[in-house]
Design a protein around this ligand. Structure first.
Ligand code: 4AD
Length: 568
């Protein structure tokens, strides 16, 4: 039949029957219409759509033209169509019933909430007055009526009971609401992060039940202080495991409410306490040098400059020079202060603002300086671990943490270059390292990770180091300097003996192109009774990243500042 005739026949109904075409290979049950040019794929679909009063022309795989469907194939197609239609009817009925149920449930819920609004709770005046406590005091206040305020950290309702894990920064407390309390509008619409004051009695939990500190507060009254949003704005909608790192930093003010971030911050506080105590144990005095300065310490390229009443000034890179001036006045000193670096490097161990633990000691030699640093580190770690709560938190973050054993490995810069060459650890351009190279972060970390324990890397060439570092009497090319390298992080401490002679210091200024005049007060230390002295600076966030096993030091401070990020 010519295609013209075909088209005419398609449009006509032959006899009383309409013709529908089925192509089992090229047809489509979704977009087909039954015409020769847009055939269906299955005969059953024809029957489902057009009923069985229709003539079917079918083309099977490998066939070139349509032929009339056989009686047996038609019977099979009718059976399939019947089954499909029944299934579709059932699904539709179920959908309608489900919709009805959902609508009914919504009506019931609205009615329940409306009823709940009428429930007003009052404090039972016959109960003893509640003692105001923080959660950390709850173990000591079991079995007395207490009042405790905090934020809803976790929430669960079960068989008419509501369980809240309350957080107040000092701990977590499970509180249970029963009876009318659990039926109030506030209770039925509790949201995570809402602030609340809860009254009741804390009692030990029976064996087999678990909750923080193994106890639970049975609530007799509560006041919802500030309701947090739900749905789209709920905290767990804004922060989840899929949230990008940059959004997490935008939302750092909410992230720090989380268990991991707050645990790191608690260990950080304990570590600061540990350092201060260790300094006291080692006989150093705390001072607080200025942060706004007019001298550089660690090279001009990382200086943050600002206008100070019309004069050029900088945010301090290090308090070292000021600490040196304290030696004749106060003896050995330390400070824990923010340092600022306009870092170009966008790495996981560089911040633009970091907490710098620095110390300066007089009348000692290089070996004594390194021994003192070992003592400080080990004593600080002992102090941190001596507090059982902190020790527990540290184990959560870093379950395999082991205090380092003494003495730390000491390795000269020249030996490190040998190590890098022998182990084929190359510089960022892929070249082997040579004496005089500034060992790049990646190579330094690879070496430290391979060795797997703290290393004092000592005696760096003078040209690689700051103007104030004392040269070695044995090898004039190198300085009495040391970096303390920790596995996973790399350099956490920069230390050195300082130039004690004015002439050598002037040569240092000249080598670095520094105008000595603003440094008159620093130079004066060498003029008014000089002494052999040395000191060091430790980056607290790097030290914490090592201790708490964090990938980036950005997680080890409250609100990280780095290239392009000065908020929140
Ligand atoms: O090696 P640095 O630059 O040494 C000094 O500033 C000395 N003046 C300190 C002193 O002797 N008083 O810095 C010391 C330590 C580094 O080892 C590192 O841990 C940390 O400060 N640090 C940084 N931490 C985070 N972000 C940065 N951009 C840092 N730069 C240095």
């Amino acid at each position: 039949m010519s295609s013209l005739l075909h088209n005419a026949a398609e449009k006509l109904h032959i006899g009383t029957h309409k013709i529908c075409f089925v192509d089992e290979v090229a047809g489509s049950d979704d977009s087909g219409t039954g015409s020769r040019t847009a055939p269906y794929q299955s005969a059953s679909k024809v029957i489902e759509i057009h009923g069985d009063d229709v003539k079917i022309q079918i083309k099977r795989a490998g066939e070139v033209d349509f032929i009339e469907i056989t009686a047996s194939a038609l019977k099979k197609a009718k059976k399939t169509a019947d089954g499909n239609l029944k299934k579709a009817r059932k699904a539709e009925e179920k959908r309608i019933t489900d919709e009805g149920k959902t609508a009914n449930a919504q009506v019931d819920e609205l009615r329940r909430l409306e009823d709940a609004k009428r429930i007003v709770i009052v404090q039972d005046s016959s109960l003893p007055a509640a003692k105001k406590i923080k959660i950390r005091q709850s173990v000591a206040n079991r079995d007395t009526r207490v009042k405790v305020s905090g934020w809803i950290h976790r929430l669960r309702s079960q068989k008419g009971l509501i369980f809240i894990v309350l957080r107040d920064g000092t701990g977590f407390l499970q509180c249970v609401l029963t009876g009318q309390l659990a039926k109030t509008y506030d209770a039925l619409t509790f949201t995570l992060e809402s602030s609340i004051t809860i009254f009741g009695i804390v009692s030990a939990l029976p064996q087999g039940k678990t909750a923080p500190d193994n106890h639970e507060l049975t609530t007799d009254y509560f006041v919802l202080e500030g309701k947090a949003p739900g749905e789209q704005e709920a905290i767990n909608s804004r922060i989840s495991t899929d949230t990008s790192p940059s959004t997490l930093i935008d939302l750092r003010h909410l992230v720090i409410r989380g268990e991991t971030a707050s645990t790191v911050l608690k260990v950080r506080a304990a570590t600061l306490r540990g350092f201060r105590k260790a300094f006291e144990q080692l006989g150093l005095l705390e001072v607080t040098p200025p942060c706004m300065v007019q001298t550089q310490v660690e090279g001009g390229s990382t200086l943050f400059e600002f206008n100070y009443y019309g004069e050029k000034a900088y945010l301090t890179q290090s308090s070292q020079l000021y600490l040196e001036t304290c030696l004749p006045s106060l003896g050995d000193v330390f400070c824990i202060q923010e340092s600022f670096r306009a870092e170009k490097s966008h790495t996981r161990r560089h911040l633009s603002e970091y907490t710098h633990v620095e110390a300066e000691l007089g009348f000692l030699d290089f070996d004594e300086l390194l021994t003192h640093i070992e003592e400080l580190i080990c004593q600080t770690i002992d102090n941190v671990l001596a507090d059982s709560k902190t020790s527990e938190l540290l184990r959560i973050l870093n379950p395999t943490f082991e205090p380092p054993s003494r003495p730390f490995l000491r390795m000269k810069y020249a030996q490190a270059i040998d190590y890098l060459q022998k182990n084929d650890i190359r510089d960022p351009e892929g070249k082997p390292h040579e004496f005089g190279d500034d060992i790049a972060e990646a190579a330094e970390r690879k070496m430290t990770d391979d060795i797997g324990r703290p290393i004092f890397l000592t005696h760096f060439p003078a040209e690689l180091k700051a103007f104030y570092m004392k040269r070695s009497k044995v090898d004039n090319r190198v300085t009495e300097s040391a970096d303390l390298l920790m596995p996973g992080v790399g350099e956490v401490i920069g230390a050195s003996m300082r130039i004690s002679e004015p002439e050598e210091l002037f040569r240092g200024y000249a080598r670095e192109g520094i105008d000595p005049s603003p440094y008159y007060w620093f130079t004066d230390q060498r003029k008014y009774g000089t002494c052999e002295h040395g000191g060091y600076g430790l980056g607290l966030e790097r030290f914490l990243a090592w201790m708490c096993d964090r990938y980036t030091i950005r997680d080890c401070c409250l609100y990280p500042r780095f290239t392009g990020r000065c908020t929140p």
